[in-house]
Design a binder for this molecule. Structure first.
Ligand code: ISL
Length: 553
């Protein structure tokens, strides 16, 4: 397996709107990130992935870009960005930006021109079609509810938008569009940016023929119609040859519909497309028939199977991404841990899991202090377009809205977007003004400042375990094997190469557990645990205890 800096890196994801505000306008900004760079560095991470900071009308918080080469004034503008990049490099860190190239904002110059007339030179930059039977060309739905087509009465055609109607999809069939995007990528690489996370890259190649979807579940429409289109690999290979391969950078493609069957096609080193992908198999694990806002209980054996299947799928020639949350999902400790009774222990367990898996590890801002989901008292507090549209839809369908609020509490993307909790002062030290999204009231007890003051805080555990991974390359590159995959409470696996072997045990339950095995405990020695509980037998675990054992015979 080839060795690369990006395989060994730990990535820290920053959602800039919620990180640190320096101007008092309630919106996080680039000077705020600069102010906190020493903090980020102190975690021991190597790379910062910055969610979109480009000019945008913010219909989807920056994922609707109106100028790919301009940094939004909300975030401090171009100059602030140049300083940030410079400071990041001076500190020995790297910067990965977000590339949103499936769609632009409807306020992007290309779309404004495209909309002007059917024979605009930019018409083919987007996907325009005539309607059918006085309605849209197909029955396709957008990710955020409602039709994926919007009618333009001036030119009497519909344009396609998989996300909001302010996010028209680009037409990648058009070589000029591809050239434009490759130029944008090159522009940032020439500035010194170290890579891109590519938003919904799995959706850029549209079907050859546009036909109605007959799938009852939206997820199936995504899988069979929207994702992994016929030319996806042609486009990515072209992107690789035209621009990516010319720089020492990293790429991670995000996308619905990327699964164990097709994952390696995106990341096989021989195919020269991307370095890594983000799949969502473990994050959509609790979606019921109706999708994310129709949740079902989460199942540990299925969760473990996702990790095993992906490791197997990528081990010959590919490379994985390891993460348990981002700006689109609920907080990992609330979802996969116990954010009440075992808040601290389970937060530490989850990062032990992340940092002992094979693949590049991504940590989402705030997880390092165990930030949790928020339960706002009513929908008026929410901002996220996905949440608000789901709410409207549920209301329209006559659902019990009190019950739906409980679902929103568990599932809303705003759970991950509440302001970073720096201290126990007003607005958690995030802003002197009014925050764009209310802070989670638990900031008085969960915050960076307090966790800096005691040695065994979640924060210090993160630092420690990141360091531990750095010292043990077997945790990065070594083989992976899961034990007792069907066990409903324990997640146990080994990582090994010719130099070392680790056995890693996680008790993901509120009850003590015993790992019953033919393995001989005497052959192992304890290296790390998230609990300083009285020394127990090595294979005995307290609730939410994690242990890293090394083979010592
Ligand atoms: O957020 C999701 C589930 O709640 C996903 O379905 C998500 O919409 C999908 O993974 C794509 O996400 C990315 O593109 C979106 C943007 O809203 C997300 O923030 C971004 O991560 C459109 O650009």
């Amino acid at each position: 397996m080839s060795r690369n800096w990006w395989k060994e890196s730990v990535v820290y994801q920053i959602y800039p709107r919620s990180f640190k505000d320096t101007t008092g306008d309630g919106i996080g900004d680039i000077p705020g990130i600069i102010e906190k760079l020493d903090y980020v560095k102190s975690l021991g991470v190597d790379v910062i992935w910055l969610c979109p900071v480009y000019e945008s009308p913010n219909d989807d918080n920056g994922y609707d870009i109106s100028n790919y080469r301009k940094i939004s004034e909300d975030f401090g503008g171009q100059e602030a960005f140049e300083t940030l990049l410079d400071q990041i490099h001076k500190k020995g860190l790297k910067l990965v930006m977000d590339l949103v190239a499936n769609h632009t904002s409807d306020e992007h110059f290309w779309f404004k021109e495209s909309k002007k007339s059917k024979d605009s030179p930019y018409r083919d930059y987007y996907i325009w079609r005539d309607g059918k039977n006085n309605g849209p060309p197909t029955n396709w739905m957008s990710f955020f509810n409602g039709s994926a087509w919007e009618y333009d009465k001036d030119t009497q055609q519909y344009y396609l938008h998989y996300f909001t109607k302010k996010q028209p999809d680009l037409n990648w069939e058009n070589p000029k569009v591809r050239r434009e995007i490759f130029d944008v990528i090159e522009y940032w690489f020439k500035k010194g940016v170290d890579g891109f996370r590519m938003d919904v890259i799995s959706l850029i190649s549209k079907p050859d023929v546009f036909e109605d979807s007959h799938y009852s579940k939206f997820q199936d429409t995504i899988l069979n119609i929207y994702a992994n289109g016929p030319k996806i690999h042609q486009y990515l290979h072209e992107m690789n040859q035209e621009v990516l391969s010319k720089f020492d950078i990293m790429t991670v493609g995000e996308g619905p519909g990327i699964d164990v069957q097709n994952g390696l096609l995106y990341v096989n080193e021989k195919r020269q497309e991307l370095n890594m992908v983000f799949h969502f198999d473990h994050l959509f694990i609790d979606c019921g028939e109706g999708g994310k806002y129709d949740p079902i209980p989460y199942d540990l054996p299925k969760f473990k199977k996702v990790f095993s299947d992906w490791d197997k799928a990528l081990k010959n020639g590919g490379w994985g991404s390891i993460f348990l949350g981002n700006h689109d999902f609920s907080r990992m400790v609330s979802r996969f841990g116990n954010d009440r009774k075992y808040h601290e222990t389970s937060a530490k367990l989850l990062v032990t899991l992340l940092l002992t898996m094979r693949g590049t590890v991504y940590i989402y801002q705030g997880d390092e202090i165990g930030m949790t989901n928020v339960a706002y008292p009513n929908i008026g507090y929410y901002n996220d377009v996905e949440t608000l549209n789901a709410w409207q839809e549920a209301d329209k369908n006559g659902q019990d809205m009190n019950a739906f609020l409980t679902i929103v509490h568990a599932q809303s993307r705003d759970n991950a977007r509440t302001p970073m909790q720096w201290n126990d002062q007003r607005n958690s030290g995030f802003t002197d003004g009014e925050p764009w999204l209310s802070v989670n009231p638990n900031y008085t007890s969960i915050n960076v400042a307090s966790q800096e003051t005691y040695e065994d805080s979640i924060l210090n555990y993160y630092r420690d375990i990141i360091q531990f991974r750095k010292e043990n390359s077997v945790l990065v590159y070594g083989n992976y094997e899961c034990f007792q995959q069907e066990h409903p409470e324990l997640f146990v696996y080994r990582r090994w190469d010719e130099t070392a072997e680790f056995l890693i045990l996680h008790n993901m339950s509120d009850a003590p557990q015993e790992f019953i095995t033919e393995l001989n405990a005497e052959k192992f020695k304890l290296c790390k645990t998230n609990l300083d509980a009285i020394t127990q037998e090595l294979f005995h675990l307290h609730p939410w205890q994690a242990k890293i054992l090394v083979r010592a015979d």
